[in-house]
Design a protein around this ligand. Sequence first.
Ligand code: HEC
Ligand code: HEC
Ligand code: HEC
Ligand code: HEC
Ligand code: HEC
Ligand code: HEC
Length: 424
Amino acid sequence: MLKHINTVAYCKTVLLGLLILSASIFSPAVYAQDANAISTDPAVIQQGEALFKANCKVCHAVNEQVVGPALAKVYERQNMDWIIAFVRNSQKVIQSGDPYAVELYNKFNKTEMTAFDFSDDEIKSIIAYVKQETENPTVAAPVATATDGATPAEGSASAGMSSEYFYIILVVLFVVLVLILIVLGLIVSVLTKFLNQQGNLDEADKEIVNSKTDLGAFMKSKAFVGFAIFIFVTLVAKTAVDGLFSVGIQQGYAPKQPIAFSHQLHAGQLEIDCNYCHTGVRISKSANIPSANICMNCHSIVKTGPQYGEVEIAKIYKAVETNTPIEWVRIHNLPDLAYFNHAQHVEVGNVECQTCHGEIQTMEVVQQHALLTMGWCIDCHRKTDVNTADNGYYDKLVELHNESSKSPMKVVNIGGLECSKCHY
Ligand code: HEC
Ligand code: HEC
Ligand code: HEC
Ligand code: HEC
Ligand code: HEC
Ligand code: HEC
């Protein structure tokens, strides 16, 4: 009899162990190890980086969509065999009817990816590099005057990550605890039955054994209910706080535009200067979006493009003929209460467009790079030196500043944190 009980208890323990193990499979760490064993050898990653930069960079970035999708976590979306087949000949995979490939192809407006005659190991090395960049994105080289001011993108990316982990850990914890409770409850009820059948217990022992410890009672117990409420409230609070903090913040916003205008083509490949189209950027508060007339300077001659043929350029002609402005969707948008001046930053401050807008010249579709929150403005004003070179206006200020301080004059020192400078 006792032997049977032991066996039952033993089975239960094993069962519990298995359950915990299966729960832990949800954890991302275990997943990553499973996925086709991607190398973390620095030499392999370096080879992959070189191949990526020479062959893929024109169309791909790891953490950003360019011509093709962001390759971050591609090794989680597809297995290595699929990736190898796709890189060797994407058209073959698409024509085979692979639903994922077909959907992706359509999503990217049927852009054909170049075929690469690479070995398995070469492609695996590229993916090893992609994985390393997914997990530890290299910080974009700080641009000119802007010291290491504006790389808010990374901060928020890691914030998004940690919140993902937070949920996974909570859910796993909860599931494991409930399972433990159920198993413990079962063991107790089996033991109770067994001891009662033994019949040789005195009254006091019987009372202990038969006291209400069954599962139903436990589920109703204060401790359990309290714990469940705690988990629930934490989840709700976390969701609410996340929601509040993201109100009005549109980092990464990349709406579809009425004409498939590409900065990657015009500002990147053709190297047209930003000022050519954004005529206000050095002389006024706003940068301006070019009118169709500026497009026509070239497109009265250039009637067809490499990707869309005549279709997209025809829309420019239609706008000019019917005299209706092209309705570009605005991407960056501060609320009315804030004042921001381009000329002050670009012309006077000598801050590069890319510091605030990201690598626009590589974007097929423009997306919002920075947070554009008050904290973002202030943070940069704290860190960035004022560009005082060749600017007589600052001579006196610099003199005054140097009397009281040894560090270079920052924007904060000229009043860059005063409310009235940014608020009407
Ligand atoms: C000419 C542009 C171009 C080049 C060069 C290019 N790709 Fe692509 N890639 C694309 C496009 C566009 C897609 C989306 C699918 C489609 O339209 O066929 C894509 C999709 C992919 C995908 C699938 C992504 C996903 O989210 O599932 C992988 C993997 C990939 N490319 C890897 C590479 C690698 C590795 C290289 C370099 C050896 C490379 N690509 C070079 C344009 C390109
Ligand atoms: C040939 C003209 C042209 C050139 C050159 C050009 N742009 Fe643009 N830009 C546009 C047009 C048209 C739009 C509106 C459509 C869009 O968002 O893609 C735009 C939109 C933008 C936006 C988003 C505006 C918004 O709605 O918030 C930014 C930021 C931007 N450009 C920055 C740049 C930078 C930086 C450069 C230089 C590296 C540059 N542009 C070069 C034509 C141009
Ligand atoms: C300084 C010259 C110049 C200006 C200004 C210019 N473009 Fe272009 N654009 C070109 C050239 C050149 C091509 C074709 C490139 C090629 O065929 O490789 C092109 C191609 C295009 C294409 C076709 C892309 C494709 O892949 O099929 C579109 C759409 C386009 N431009 C829209 C615009 C719009 C909208 C504006 C105004 C906001 C504009 N362009 C201003 C030179 C210009
Ligand atoms: C210090 C940060 C910063 C720099 C540097 C900067 N921008 Fe902007 N840009 C912004 C902000 C903030 C907005 C949103 C402005 C608003 O909503 O009033 C914006 C908006 C824009 C827009 C949308 C239209 C407009 O005027 O609001 C364009 C186009 C643009 N920027 C182009 C450029 C170009 C081109 C350069 C480089 C010559 C540049 N920006 C440099 C921060 C910057
Ligand atoms: C990449 C760094 C950077 C970011 C981001 C930035 N600024 Fe600035 N800002 C500067 C620099 C540099 C100056 C000094 C320019 C000069 O010499 O007048 C400046 C000056 C100013 C001034 C004039 C201050 C004075 O005392 O004369 C105002 C107003 C201002 N910024 C508003 C903003 C607002 C609003 C934002 C956010 C939407 C913002 N800035 C984001 C770098 C930045
Ligand atoms: C360098 C520029 C800058 C300075 C200095 C600045 N602000 Fe702001 N502030 C902004 C911008 C930009 C926004 C809009 C942020 C957004 O949409 O998230 C903003 C938003 C706000 C808001 C609206 C609430 C919100 O978060 O959207 C309040 C209130 C505010 N600021 C108060 C102040 C006060 C008080 C000071 C002085 C102690 C100050 N600001 C100084 C740029 C600035």
